[in-house]
Design a protein around this ligand. Structure first.
Ligand SMILES: CC(C)(COP(=O)(O)OP(=O)(O)OC[C@H]1O[C@@H](n2cnc3c(N)ncnc32)[C@H](O)[C@@H]1OP(=O)(O)O)[C@@H](O)C(=O)NCCC(=O)NCCS
Length: 178
């Protein structure tokens, strides 16, 4: 019975605001999913402190099985991987999706939910553009969700370097409220 209930709960992961106490789980998932793109827990913690509205975890039962981190930022500027933001720009013109990562068994339909939540957050904040750096082979997924690659000039290419081969800077304009 207990196992059945657990399976039922596990089949319905949901996004909720990240708390400081989620940091170890976020770091553990990041280390597992991004072994070649390591970031310090303090770097995640800073984002959670600077822009808590954009930072969520995917909870299933009592487990954290994924996270999404986003913050206000400036278009065509890429925060260095594992670097501190120091502060958010006062004239932010985009919401930057730093990362969305979900444990393999729980994938399928959950990243979209996070992006929809971030989209709503951007609109509510008067922000009309989402930005991200696509890594690995995720570009088709982001294109499916409406993001378009930006042709990188020399400066942008240099900033993308820390994100590994194939990293692509992408933007998505948000349509005005219907
Ligand atoms: C990226 C990640 C979070 C996606 O999670 P997910 O739950 O599988 O994503 P979703 O199923 O919500 O996918 C979003 C949409 O993209 C679609 N999609 C998924 N893979 C796709 C692909 N290769 N090409 C085109 N569309 C794709 C999905 O069908 C879905 O569209 P739909 O809602 O219209 O059906 C997950 O794969 C992951 O953790 N990857 C490792 C970390 C990572 O690479 N993060 C991204 C850093 S930029």
């Amino acid at each position: 019975m207990i196992e059945t209930e657990r399976r039922t709960d596990m089949s319905k992961p949901h996004w909720r605001p990240a708390r400081a106490s989620d940091l170890p789980a976020i770091s553990a998932i990041a280390a597992r999913i991004h072994p070649n793109l390591p970031e310090r827990p303090e770097v995640f913690a800073e984002k959670m402190r600077l822009y808590p509205d954009g930072c969520r975890v995917l909870a299933a039962d009592e487990r954290i099985v994924g996270y999404g981190l986003a913050h206000l930022w400036t278009q065509h500027r890429i925060p260095p991987l594992d670097g501190f933001l120091e502060h958010l720009p006062g004239d932010a013109d985009c919401l930057y999706l730093h990362d969305v990562a979900v444990l393999p068994d729980l994938r399928g339909g959950v990243a979209r939910d996070y992006v929809v939540a971030i989209e709503d957050l951007a609109r509510d904040s008067g922000i009309a553009t989402l930005a991200l750096v696509s890594v690995y082979a995720t570009r088709p997924l982001w294109e499916h969700l409406g993001f378009r690659p930006v042709t990188a000039d020399v400066e942008l290419r240099a900033k993308l370097a820390s994100y590994g081969d194939g990293a692509t800077y992408m933007l998505r304009g948000l349509a005005a409220h219907a």
